[in-house]
Design a protein around this ligand. Sequence first.
Ligand code: 13P
Ligand code: SF4
Length: 301
Amino acid sequence: MLDKEKLKKLALELKKQKNAVILVHNYQKPEMYDIADFIGDSLGLSKEAAKTDADIIVFCGVKFMAETAKILSPGKKVLLPSLDAGCSLADMAIPEQLAKIKKEHPNAAVVSYVNTSAEIKAMSDVCCTSMNAVKIVESIPNEEVIFLPDRNLGRYVASKTKKKVILWDGYCFVHDKLNAKMLSEIKMKNPEAKIMAHPEAREEILQMADHICGTGGMAKFANSSGAQDFIVVTECGMTEQLRQEVPNKNFYSFCNICPYMKSTTLPLVVNALIHEKHEITVPEGIIADARKALDKMLEFS
Ligand code: 13P
Ligand code: SF4
């Protein structure tokens, strides 16, 4: 068994040989940051990869993110090192159920969070991220919106718009398990600290937050705030990433671990590069329709 440093060296050598780019989501294990070409949030990573001339994208994240990378870079080979890297939130959006709800609300636009499968994106009018969801819902002409799959993010969006938002009953168990009582205890111990929370957290948490944003907005908030201390409410990996990116400030985490995210390891990345697996493919028709929903989001945001 090779040690971590040897595995990192091997991954970097293979990456060069294969003209690959390695994308690492903020929630990954800290050792993955050292082999990354880009570290970031789900959509930002795919956008970066599309700009490169790499032949291969290795996505250290979860499947819906690798599918998004494929939709934005159909000519590149996209690899997902871990077969366990699914997402229970994305799996809660079922195409047949969406087709039924669309029929029941013919005037509603379907706004799907990027945490969805390629198939769901292809059935959507427009996609959104946790950062731009409110803006997207406000930008589309429809007065009625089917928002999926996250009910907490959907409720947050509904609280910021006059439009009718039809919520989907999906949730991310990593965020939804966090409660206000425990957060209050941490805040009591660190009264000066500002709370930043991911909008997949429950309403009771969001009401306590000084700043609500996706993983891509957290370092920006910490850098621009006059505060020195922050309580980070999201998946645990984010706090590690913030400590590296903003070393002059203090971060306390109120978090849970996402086992899907943490299933990617250095040996699996090396294996992915050697054997070029596991390749993520998306049928051409789905790529075209999903791309339209993603492009519309980019146009509005
Ligand atoms: P971001 O899009 O903010 O990176 O979040 C991804 C995710 O999986 C949230 O749970
Ligand atoms: Fe899915 Fe939640 Fe894990 Fe993000 S943190 S990948 S939404 S299960």
